[in-house]
Design a binder for this molecule. Structure first.
Ligand SMILES: NC(=O)c1ccc[n+]([C@@H]2O[C@H](COP(=O)([O-])OP(=O)(O)OC[C@H]3O[C@@H](n4cnc5c(N)ncnc54)[C@H](O)[C@@H]3O)[C@@H](O)[C@H]2O)c1
Length: 245
C-alpha cells in the first residue's frame, strides 16, 4: 500500500511514534526514525523489527525545537514523502501552578516543533508535487482537562496549524492532516493513569478499553496512503469513542 514511500517519524523511538513507524513499515514504507540522540539505543530494537519486515530503517538525530538540528536531519534523511510530526511531551500541572519554563517547553516541542519540521520538509515536497504531513495532536485539543491546560493549548495549536498548512500547500499536491489520540497506554499516559483514574477513563470510552500505541497506526497508514488523496486539513479522533467532536 505504501511501497516506495519514505517516511520520517519524529519522536519515533518509542510509544505512539514507534507504533506508527512499525504500522507504516508493515504497509510497505521505508522508515526514518528521528529522535533525540539519547534515544538511538531505544530505536535499535524497532529498527531490527522493521528490517525483518523487509523495509529499510534508519535513525536520524533530531531535536525538533532547534532549527539547526532540524535542518541537519533533513540533510541526513534525504527524500521524504511522508512526515509524521509525533514528538511531544506532557508534564501535568494545574494552570495556577504552571511555571513559565514549562509553558515554553511544551510550546517549543509540541507546537514549534511541528512548524520547524514541516517548514523544513515542505520545499522538497513542493518540488516533487507530492507530500503527506501527519500531525499527532491529541483529544486534549478538543477539550482540555485539569492539569493538562498548557498541553491542550499546544495541541489545539497543532490542529490549527494543520488546517492552515492544508490550505497553503494543497496546490502542490501535499496533504496535511492530524490525528487526535485519546488515552493511549505509553510511558506518557502510564505515569498519570493510576488506580481509580485508570478505571474512570477506561469506563468513559465506548469500547471500554484504553488504547494501545498500535491503535493509532491505522489512521497514520490511511492518511499516508492514496486512499486519503482527497482528504486534507482534517483532524481524526482515535479514542475508542471517548469524545465525539
Ligand atoms: N499517550 C497518549 O495517551 C497520547 C494521547 C494523545 C496524544 N499523544 C501524543 O502522541 C505523541 C507521542 O506520545 P507518546 O505517548 O508516544 O510519548 P512518549 O513520551 O512515549 O514518546 C515521545 C517521544 O518524543 C521524543 N521527543 C521528546 N522531545 C523531543 C524533541 N525535542 N525532539 C525530538 N524528539 C523528542 C521522545 O524522545 C520520545 O521518543 C505526542 O505528541 C503526544 O502528545 C499521546
Amino acid at each position: 500500500m505504501l511501497s516506495e514511500r519514505r517516511v520520517l517519524v519524529t519522536g519515533g523511538a518509542q510509544g505512539i511514534g514507534a507504533a506508527i513507524a512499525l504500522g507504516l513499515a508493515k504497509a510497505g514504507a521505508d522508515i526514518v526514525i528521528a529522535d533525540l540522540a539519547a534515544q538511538s539505543g531505544t530505536a535499535e530494537a524497532l529498527m531490527t523489527k522493521i528490517t525483518e519486515l523487509g523495509q529499510r530503517a534508519e535513525f536520524v538525530e533530531i531535536d525538533v525545537t532547534d532549527k539547526a538540528s532540524v535542518e541537519a536531519a533533513v540533510e541526513a534523511a534525504g527524500q521524504i514523502d511522508v512526515l509524521v510530526n509525533n514528538a511531544g511531551i506532557l508534564v501535568p500541572s494545574r494552570l495556577e501552578d504552571l511555571d513559565e519554563a514549562s509553558w515554553q517547553k511544551h510550546f517549543d516541542i509540541n507546537a514549534k516543533g511541528v512548524l520547524l519540521c514541516t517548514n523544513a520538509f515542505l520545499p522538497q515536497m513542493r518540488e516533487r508535487k507530492f507530500g503527506r504531513v501527519i500531525n499527532i495532536a491529541s483529544l486534549a485539543a478538543r477539550q482540555g482537562i485539569p492539569t493538562e491546560g498548557h498541553y491542550a493549548a499546544t495541541k489545539a495549536t497543532v490542529v490549527t496549524l494543520t488546517r492552515v498548512y492544508a490550505q497553503e500547500v494543497g496546490e502542490d499536491g501535499i496533504t496535511v492532516n492530524a490525528i487526535c489520540p485519546g488515552i493511549i497506554l505509553t510511558e506518557m499516559a502510564q505515569n498519570k493513569l493510576v488506580g481509580a483514574d485508570r478505571e474512570y477513563w477506561t469506563n468513559a470510552t465506548s469500547l471500554k478499553r484504553l488504547g494501545d500505541p498500535g491503535d493509532v497506526a491505522g489512521a497514520a497508514v490511511y492518511f499516508a496512503s492514496d486512499l486519503a488523496d482527497y482528504v486534507t486539513g482534517q483532524a481524526l479522533n482515535v479514542c475508542g469513542g471517548l469524545y465525539f467532536h
